[in-house]
Design a protein around this ligand. Structure first.
Ligand SMILES: [Zn+2]
Length: 243
């Protein structure tokens, strides 16, 4: 079979399998990056979905100087991994928000985009590729499982990715994200206590009650809605709550 290869000197951009190590990302540099501020090193990994039609469209946008956005990695539905920004550098994926009381998440994180529109499950080869990529990043920067978060975790109300279809328990079970708590639910659901628990878990204390509740549920109990219930406390705590 005659292969339709790119001409010499042109960059092989899309869906070209690596001829060596299939786990080596395809280098597809974006101009949208800068130095990490204040000498910060990555201590977080932020998971996103692209909300775009396909990986090629997302890759174009993440490398478009006009768009002023980027991420370190993009994973396609077939498991192809593109790298756009060196891990040492600051990519522009997180925007305004905070985690564990710290802002400038871009300076503190590695951004991983998943080709997904947000309304459908994530493809198996894509999740497999994510599970191969995460431990490598975590090893390189000594990032613990509790440093792997969703975009919506650090930007409640403003962002909703990776969304209700993302399989957090799958990552948690492999120690690639903080395992959810199974604390005994309190008798009475106090919003003050909930806010304290959410803050201890890393969520901002700036969000209003409804926004914070929605963000915590998006991560742990996306099927739930309505007012705060005792069950909302359980994933946030690893010990029995005080009364
Ligand atoms: Zn995002």
């Amino acid at each position: 079979m005659v292969m339709d290869l790119p001409a010499a000197g042109t960059q092989a951009r899309f869906a070209v399998p690596s001829t060596t190590d299939p786990q080596t990302p395809i280098w597809h540099p974006s101009p949208n990056f800068g130095p990490r501020r204040d000498g910060l090193q990555p201590s977080l990994i932020v998971i996103h979905y692209t909300a775009m039609d396909n990986a090629e469209v997302a890759l174009d946008r993440l490398c478009d100087p006009e768009a002023q956005v980027s991420a370190h990695y993009l994973i396609g539905v077939c498991g192809t991994v593109w790298q756009m920004v060196r891990e040492e550098d600051r990519a522009w994926h997180a925007g305004a928000g905070e985690w564990r009381g710290k802002d400038d998440i871009n300076s503190r994180s590695i951004g991983v985009e998943l080709d997904n529109k947000g309304d459908h499950p994530f493809a198996q080869p894509q999740m497999d590729a994510l599970e191969r990529l995460l431990p490598r990043i975590m090893d390189r920067w000594a990032i613990a499982p509790d440093g792997v978060i969703g975009h919506s975790d650090m930007a409640p109300g403003r962002k909703s990715d990776p969304g209700a279809k993302f399989d957090w328990p799958r990552l948690e079970n492999q120690r690639l994200a903080q395992r959810r708590g199974y604390a005994k639910s309190p008798e009475i659901a106090s919003m003050d206590e909930f806010r304290a628990r959410a803050r201890d878990a890393g969520f901002t204390s700036d969000a209003d009650d409804a926004t914070l509740l929605a963000a915590v549920r998006l991560r742990y109990r996306p099927w739930s809605n309505g007012p705060l219930t005792p069950e909302d406390f359980s994933p946030l705590g690893h010990t029995t709550l005080s009364t």
